[in-house]
Design a protein around this ligand. Structure first.
Ligand code: WQD
Length: 358
């Protein structure tokens, strides 16, 4: 539990003022990584309030945490939540996250991921929020020139999705420089996995990422997995990525909040294991977790896919004291625990009536 002095009006209250707990606003808190992070923050004694439109989030994922259903771009909604819940820190997940979809709907991605975030940051800062942890992505790098990828690598996004993350990082830089709003942008590599007991996870209807697609194939909910490329210059011919457990990611968000609360400077930080795993290694882990072979077929390479991408995660250790604890088998086993026990995702009806169903 964190206690700070109550703010009275624009200034600080007298020293004798009652101490009140401050709250973390988690946008996209009914989504995949948002809901797991909110749960971990709450379990570590932090006060959280979730804001989600439920367009792609699911009410059930919020469990018993306070959830406001609304638009992050609406200033009155944000100010009301900040004032009512005494928010002083923001963890911003709310965004569309499919790189492929962004190539087909660039305007929608820039409006939602950049425009709405600009409005959110303006409202939150104006209401007194002082710290931001931003859900960014390794997609800001595009195809890296060198491996492992460090934070000094050039930002060359190859999709409107990746560009939207780079643009928000740039906005945050200006808001710090001109307004003192400090932030940490967390550049996730390949986020995957679920809550270890299988009680929280990803809605697989909204993703084309490898791990949930493997789970769907294992459970017979889709045709065999298409392995995009088996002729890459890698040990087993399949492409390599840095899969990082969502629980490790959640820990990193808490570490980033602590860094900012202790006066730490703004930064952009890679979140990856530093270990590359091939598609074939993911399939082998899935077979170990499920006890059954993954139905799959070899297919041509997917255009735009780099041969290999994995993180240099030393800055996360140095700045945030964060190191991933979980590996590929933990990731795939937790994904299997979630998807095999929730083949239809969360209970129906958890979505906004106008949003995407699951
Ligand atoms: C992983 C590997 C595919 C599906 C994307 C986004 C990135 C980030 C993570 C949010 C690749 C192979 C996949 C399939 C396959 N998202 N694959 N068959 O492309 O590395 O990155 O998600 O931050 O921004 O770009 O992830 O899961 O799509 O692919 O063989 O049906 O699995 O070729 O090698 P990717 P992915």
């Amino acid at each position: 539990m964190y206690w700070v002095r109550i703010r009275s009006g624009r200034g600080e209250a007298p020293a004798s003022a009652r101490l009140v707990p401050m709250t973390i606003l988690v946008t996209g808190g009914a989504g995949y990584i948002g809901s797991l992070t909110a749960r971990l923050l709450a379990e570590r004694g932090r006060e959280v309030v979730l804001l989600d439109s439920l367009e792609r989030g699911c009410r059930a994922a919020a469990r018993d945490l306070p959830l406001v259903v609304g638009d992050v771009a609406d200033p009155s909604t944000v100010r009301a939540v900040v004032d009512e819940h005494r928010v002083d820190a923001l963890v911003h997940f709310a965004a569309y996250k499919a790189a492929g979809e962004s190539m087909e709907q660039p305007g929608r991605y820039f409006r939602n991921n950049v425009g709405a975030t600009a409005a959110l940051l303006e409202s939150a800062a104006g209401a007194g929020v002082e710290r931001v942890v931003f859900s960014s992505s390794a997609a800001v790098y595009g195809t890296p020139d060198a491996l492992p990828v460090t934070e000094a690598a050039p930002l060359r996004p190859e999709s409107p999705y990746g560009e939207s993350k780079a643009l928000v990082e740039a906005m945050l830089g200006w808001l710090d420089r001109l307004g003192g709003l400090r932030s940490v942008s967390l550049r996730y590599f390949n986020a995957a996995g679920a809550w270890p007991d299988g009680s929280l996870g990803e809605d697989w209807t909204l993703t084309t990422n490898l791990v949930p697609v493997v789970m769907k194939a294992l459970l017979g909910r889709r045709p065999p997995l298409q392995v995009f490329g088996s002729d890459y210059p890698t040990p087993d011919g399949t492409a390599i990525r840095d899969y990082v457990h969502v629980v490790d990611l959640a820990e990193a968000h808490l570490a980033a909040l602590c860094h900012l609360e202790s006066g730490g400077a703004s930064a952009a930080v890679n979140l990856g294991t530093g270990v590359g795993s091939s598609v074939r290694e993911v399939l082998d882990a899935a077979e170990r977790a499920s006890g059954r072979p993954v139905p799959h077929e070899l297919a041509p390479r997917r255009p735009g896919d780099p041969v290999a991408v994995y993180a240099d995660n030393r800055l996360a250790a140095e700045l945030l004291g964060w190191k991933p604890r979980l590996g590929l088998d933990d990731i795939v086993a937790s994904a299997w625990a979630w998807h095999s026990s929730h083949p239809d995702g969360y209970p129906a009806g958890g979505h906004h009536p106008d949003g995407h169903g699951s």
